[in-house]
Design a protein. Structure first.
Length: 113
């Protein structure tokens, strides 16, 4: 348990200037948006060692947009977009809530569109 606390303290200690931290985070977000699915972590770690950027900030930025949240993100944004623009011809069931958005049936509906 003490080892876990030590690791968490090291991760929470973000050393460096605000410019250095924000640059590390921004590059992490850029890596997260790269099309090389599955290689995000390897790319981020390589950049950390090659450039000396802040590792925790870069990794947090990278993990904000990882492949496992992409289906939820796109299904929620599609649902929200349909509600905002009220497109005719798209058969969105009435009374749909957020829990319905994350269901497998809704994801199948998204794929069929």
């Amino acid at each position: 348990m003490n080892r876990l606390k030590l690791i968490l303290r090291k991760l929470a200690a973000l050393d460096g200037s605000s410019h250095h931290l924000s640059l590390s985070f921004a590059i992490g977000v850029l890596v997260g948006f790269s099309p090389f699915l599955g290689l995000h972590t390897a790319i981020a770690l390589s950049l950390c060692f090659l450039t000396g950027l802040n590792k925790p900030a870069l990794m947090i930025g990278t993990f904000l947009n990882m492949p496992w949240i992409i289906p939820l993100y796109y299904s929620f944004s599609t649902w929200l977009g349909i509600l905002i623009i009220d497109m005719p011809g798209i058969g969105l069931p009435t009374g749909i809530g957020f829990q319905d958005v994350v269901s497998a049936e809704f994801l199948k509906w998204i794929a069929s569109q």
